[in-house]
Write a new protein. Structure first.
Length: 495
């Protein structure tokens, strides 16, 4: 192929960003967008987007890949398979989690994890999970980590080996404030869930549906309220992960109205699934066990409303690599559960031993597009904002999430009219099911470009393992504290 003016030109499509929709061509050189306009010169490679949309590559800022357990267990989804699924589904960058095992330093936890991540085909960054904020972790390890570009911490307010007490959470918030990092929070009340689990087991109620009964919306609402209140006390910006119900979203809206810097994330499962998915024959309800839990029918529509009113800023997958046969029906010692296995007469685990989480890194964009844009709940620009622009802005991913000269050439050519039925057999993840099996969707990605390279086309993944890049995140002003602390006393400088 003779050399063109650009390495790649995407032509003929309707370009959509978080703020604009226009007919245009995109010229790419050295992995970056060089020109956006009309009548651009030839590209060495050309992508025909006639009749299609051209969107910024998706950013999935919350997914679990190849996580290593202290017992030597590894989550089934590898970086190579999970990132193939990401690219096939139109996602060019993701943020996953560096684990901390309780009782261990960060350095001792999950050795070799960053080495494993280098197998990714998509670009990636990390959140650091903090389960044990010892003086060494707080004073030495977190500062070193932030300096290396890991600029967000994840804390859990539930799960036995992961959760923090309020006092520990305050220490993490104060540390993040001093260092200019964002704190992301899993909000559920651990003690309340434990109390409900014991009662449900004592009553002989052990089905997957009881997973939802063990952690109803009030449990999430209380923890969301508490997380925001403690963040407000410290004046540390936070993001509430995976909001599943209107009650929790309302806590975010109320806090925002009084000027607190708090953002909200939700996931396709909370916009499309319900208790009905937990009540399925042959133990298949286990496929829909995730936390926070799925809610009663009707709740999803209320969560959509909080997307529409701007309370929820981001839609991620919370992708988890637990297959139905190997993990959901045969739990090992996953951290994402609460309580030991109770034997049921059918040999299946009780609800509280089923590992929590659903796979969705590849279906996130098609399901959201179909249920959101195609069904008229959100606009095209909202779709881009929720899935690419806001994750980039909120997590400081410079050069990502937009289509402007100078940005990384991460693009998805999207067919808004393609009608598909979601089939696990056609997905690229390593998991043996999708909770959206058989869902009819309208809208599907056809070509995914990552830093100027065509990485997936019509369901075929072309990128090689190891072609993704680590994305270090430097300081960014969007997450600066407000400067308002109770009584004008900034305790985080001393604690
Ligand atoms: N929720 C899940 O469902 N799985 C993993 C972690 C989480 O918070
Ligand atoms: Zn979580
Ligand atoms: Zn998660």
């Amino acid at each position: 192929m003779s050399k063109g003016e650009f390495d790649l030109v995407v032509r003929g499509g309707t370009v959509v960003t978080a703020s604009d929709t226009f007919e245009g061509e995109i010229g790419v050189r050295d992995g970056r967008i060089e020109a956006v306009g009309r009548n651009l010169g030839r590209g060495t490679e050309e992508v025909d987007a006639t009749g299609r949309l051209v969107l910024p590559g998706g950013i999935d800022s919350h997914c679990h890949l190849e996580e290593l357990g202290e017992d030597g267990g590894v989550q089934e989804e590898s970086f190579a398979s999970g990132s193939a699924a990401a690219l096939a589904g139109g996602t060019t960058s993701f943020i996953c989690f560096l684990p901390q095992w309780k009782g261990h330093t960060l350095a001792q936890s999950a050795p070799g994890y960053e080495e494993r991540a280098r197998r990714s085909r998509a670009d990636y960054s990390f959140h650091q999970i903090i389960t044990d904020p010892t003086p060494e972790v707080i004073e030495k390890e977190i500062p070193a980590l932030v300096a290396r570009g890991v600029r967000s911490l994840k804390v859990f307010l539930t799960y036995d080996p992961l959760r923090l007490t309020d006092g520990e959470f305050l220490k993490v918030l104060a540390t993040a404030r001093r260092l200019g990092a964002l704190v992301t929070v899993h909000c559920e009340n651990f003690e309340a869930i434990g109390w409900r689990i014991q009662a449900l087991l004592a009553a002989g109620l052990t089905d997957p549906l009881q997973h939802a009964w063990s952690r109803p919306p009030v449990v999430e609402r209380e923890a969301t309220h508490r997380a925001i209140a403690l963040a407000e006390l410290v004046d540390q910006p936070i993001q509430i992960f995976h909001v599943s119900c209107a009650e929790a979203a309302a806590e975010i809206a109320r806090a925002r109205a009084r000027g607190v810097k708090v953002w909200g994330e939700t996931c396709p499962q909370y916009l499309t699934l319900s208790h009905d998915d937990l009540v399925q024959p042959d133990f298949e309800g286990a496929k829909a066990v995730c936390s926070p839990a799925l809610r009663e029918k009707g709740e999803a529509e209320r969560v959509w409303r909080h997307i529409q009113d701007g309370t929820l800023d981001i839609v991620t997958s919370d992708h988890c690599g637990f297959s139905f046969h190997s993990a959901k029906k045969n739990p090992g010692s996953s951290s994402y559960g609460q309580g030991g296995a109770v034997a049921r007469p059918d040999g299946m685990p009780a609800f509280n031993a089923i590992p929590n989480g659903v796979p969705g890194i590849e279906t996130r964009l098609p399901v959201l597009f179909s249920e959101g844009v195609s069904k008229g709940r959100i606009s095209l620009n909202d779709f881009v904002r929720l899935t690419a622009a806001n994750p980039a802005r909120l997590f400081g991913l410079a050069g990502k999430g937009s289509i402007v000269p100078g940005a990384d050439a991460d693009l998805v050519v999207w067919d808004p009219d393609a009608e598909r039925s979601v089939q696990n057999a056609a997905l690229h993840h390593a998991i043996d099911y999708t909770p959206w099996e058989g869902l009819k969707v309208k809208g599907w990605p056809t070509v995914t470009v990552r830093r100027g390279e065509v990485t997936a086309r019509d369901g075929e993944v072309l990128a090689q393992p190891g072609s993704g890049r680590f994305l270090p995140r430097g300081p960014y002003s969007f997450i600066a504290p407000t400067g308002r602390v109770p009584d004008g006393f900034d305790a985080s400088r001393y604690a």
